[in-house]
Structures are given as C-alpha cells and as structure tokens.
Design a protein around this ligand. Sequence first.
Ligand code: ZN
Length: 147
Amino acid sequence: MSESRPGVYPSPFSEPFADDTTRPFWKAALDGRLVLQRCTSCQTFVHPPQPYCFACRQGTFAWTELPGSGTIYSFTVVRHPLHPRLQKVVPYVSAVVELDGTQGAGARMLGNLTDCDPDRVRIGDRVQLWFDRVSDTLAVPRFRPEG
Ligand code: ZN
C-alpha cells in the first residue's frame, strides 16, 4: 500500500497484474496516456477492457487515445475509514466519470477524485484525469477538478 495522503485512496497494488486484454491500458497509463478500447465494427467505446464488444459482440478493438477530460456522472464521499490505514485518507471521493469523446454508458470510468473539497463536489462537475505513478510498473488513474 502506498503512502497515505488526505483524499487520495492508496493503491493496494504496486503492479497492475495485467493480462492480454488489459495490458495496453496499463502500458499507456505508465506513459501518462489514457487509451480505451473502441470497437472497430460499431465504434462503441468499451471500458473496463473486455475481450468482446458489449454492443455488437465482435472482438476487434482499436486502442484509442482520449484527452481524459469529462464530467462527474455519480460519486460518493467516503467518510468512515474501513481500515485503520485509511484513517488519514478520509474523507475521500470516488467518482464515476463520463469521459469526453465517448458515448458515455459502457465507457464510464471509476476513479478517486483528488484535490477537491468533498463537500463541494457535484454531479456534472468538470474533471481531468491524471496518473499517479505508484511504482515503476503501475500508474493509477485518478481525477481532479478541471482548471
Ligand atoms: Zn461493437
């Protein structure tokens, strides 16, 4: 587990344990780039990475780079430390983000919203993805308020 910072949920892992389906996502993350699977048949974005498109059942994707900007679709503020090591972390925000450039549903991304006042977060707020490099092999995607 990485060092505790207020509002930043510590990664329980120091490597992504990627397989053939998820490896391109984590490899790009290490380079500070967000890539999502886009079905080459119906152009639907699929996230988290999957072997088949949920819309048309084809299994061929193009990894497509996105700017990482988006809006909060839903969120929760965690105020109770569910583990003693989270004592200094709470309160923290977990948000579901609708990414710009995607169709929304089926490609929304769950992540920790950092650098914010948990009491002022609202659905529809603009956010920007950033990568928190926690080891030589893992960069954790997180979000922060845009601007
Ligand atoms: Zn498809």
